[in-house]
Write a protein that binds this ligand. Structure first.
Ligand SMILES: Cc1cc2nc3c(=O)[nH]c(=O)nc-3n(C[C@H](O)[C@H](O)[C@H](O)COP(=O)(O)O)c2cc1C
Ligand code: SF4
Length: 448
């Protein structure tokens, strides 16, 4: 870890302009030095920008943590015809709201990164795919895009350069699966958001069958600051590569952590990658509410699974949650579950969510999410059997891209909370079944 992991010394960058008067306006952004990164980028070659982003170690903030510069370099070189940039603002992972705050409060920071990223990847059209429910974001973004066109920051010959770019806003289709990059592309094309079988990956064949880059909103905001402050600055924040693990790409840069659930002060904080859940809860969220203790913590959206109370000192970087059996860091949306809450209820809510959101293309995902929900309904109705736990485990072990049975990662995300709940809270689940008690709100059963 670098010194900058010490969050008390850390100066927010991504949230640095929050609270400024009219922080979303172009005039206020430019008064704070906005679009200096774009001016600088336009004096660089595309390759230089891709190399800069590679050197910074930036990994995508949308959930998978894929290295951004590397993704950009997968685009085919020397091809004719359009290349597209898609910005993923679908943000449907439970507990996740960092993209919303960035867009509502400081849209130009994100848009500047999008123009730089589009220039670097030679894209001439960028589509901003925005969760439909985010009405305020949509209005804020549209206003910001209009301001950019009027100021020569978008459209033909941006800032007098040879580069031209159009940005189109596209409102989403109200489904979690629209956030999966190929589901997003299908939805953008006006179809049902059914994820595509990969390969081909979007870099080769994406929107309208053309090479396409899909990046998250926070990822693009990071690009703006990397161009402004340099790769070394970005690398000085967070957790360096583990030298004993050649596959570790490190966890560099600032990160927006969403904190919600049973805490006194839910909210969004910007900290160096690698803070612990304990620090987030105690120092930034006012502690667990009602004087209670944490029983479990979701590290990064419910698809990542659970950390138990004795795992709260795990660093929330790209590698940390995996070391304690979680799927990964995900969206860094930390949800705290107090010790008065039943893990059967928590797991039921997770399963119900995934059963509702499965697009249904793959049998293991469609059936596995539905059956796990039914099993948990039965448990909550006081009719569970001890064998149900192993049945749930079997289902969770056989769905997902990891066992190779499904098209997209939704199924892995559905499996992980089940695996972790059984691995870490089995005695509680068994006690629940043995007691034969009924859930306090069984009317939720069947609500999906
Ligand atoms: C079911 C599912 C939902 C997803 N939802 C989102 C989302 O809402 N926003 C997002 O940026 N990435 C989401 N992703 C990840 C995207 O597929 C993709 O990896 C990401 O947008 C790439 O951007 P990044 O490299 O900047 O992180 C989702 C993935 C899956 C499997
Ligand atoms: S894994 Fe689930 S959500 Fe993903 S494509 Fe298959 S059925 Fe749809």
């Amino acid at each position: 870890m670098t010194d900058n992991i010490n969050s008390t010394k850390f100066e927010p960058v991504l949230l640095g302009r929050l609270g400024r008067p009219n922080s979303a306006s172009l005039a206020s952004y430019q008064a704070d030095g906005g679009y200096s990164a774009l001016r600088k980028a336009l004096t660089m070659t595309q390759t230089q920008i891709v190399d800069l982003v590679k050197d910074s170690g930036l990994r995508g903030r949308g959930g998978a943590g894929f290295p951004t510069g590397l993704k950009w370099s997968f685009l085919p070189q020397n091809i004719s015809g359009p290349i597209y940039m898609c910005i993923n603002g679908d943000e449907s992972e439970p507990g996740t709201f960092n993209n919303r705050i960035l867009i509502e409060e400081d849209p130009h920071q994100v848009l500047e990164g999008i123009v730089i990223g589009s220039y670097a990847t030679r894209a001439t059209t960028a589509y901003f795919y925005l969760r439909y429910e985010y009405g305020r974001c949509y209005r804020t973004l549209q206003k910001a895009v209009d301001e950019m066109y009027a100021a020569g920051l978008l459209g033909k010959n941006i800032l007098g350069s040879d580069y031209s770019l159009d940005i189109h806003l596209h409102r989403g289709a109200c489904a979690y699966i629209c956030g999966e990059e190929t589901g997003l592309i299908e939805s953008l094309e006006g179809k049902r958001a059914w994820p595509r079988i990969k390969p081909p990956f979007p870099a080769v064949e994406g929107a309208f069958r053309r090479p396409t880059v899909v990046n998250n909103v926070e990822t693009m905001a990071c690009v703006t600051h990397i161009v402004n402050r340099g790769a070394e600055w970005f690398k000085s924040i967070g957790v360096p590569k583990d030298p004993s693990n050649p596959r570790d790409a490190g966890s560099y840069g600032p990160k927006l952590y969403c904190i919600s659930g049973h805490v006194n002060k839910p909210g969004l904080v910007e900290l160096p990658l690698g803070v612990t859940a304990r620090e987030l809860i105690d120092q930034h969220a006012g502690g667990v509410w009602k004087g209670r203790k944490a029983k479990a913590v979701v590290p990064g959206g419910i698809s990542m699974g659970f950390m138990s109370a004795d795992e709260l000192d795990t660093p929330l970087d790209f590698a940390g949650p995996g070391r304690v059996g979680c799927l990964g860091l995900g969206t860094a949306a930390v949800v705290v579950i107090d010790d008065h809450t039943s893990m059967v209820d928590v797991l039921y809510n997770c399963c119900r969510f995934f059963a509702h959101e499965s697009c249904g293309q793959c049998t293991p995902c469609r059936e596995g999410t539905a059956w796990s929900t039914k099993i948990l309904e039965r448990m909550r109705a006081g009719r569970g059997k001890i064998g149900d736990i192993d049945l749930l485990l079997e289902i969770s072990g056989s769905i997902g891209t990891m066992p190779g049975t499904t098209i997209c990662g939704l199924a892995d995300g559905a499996a992980w909370p089940i695996k972790n709940a059984i691995q870490k809270f089995r005695p509680e689940l068994e006690e629940y079944i043995r007691s034969g008690r009924k859930a306090e709100a069984p009317q939720l059963a069947g609500a999906h």
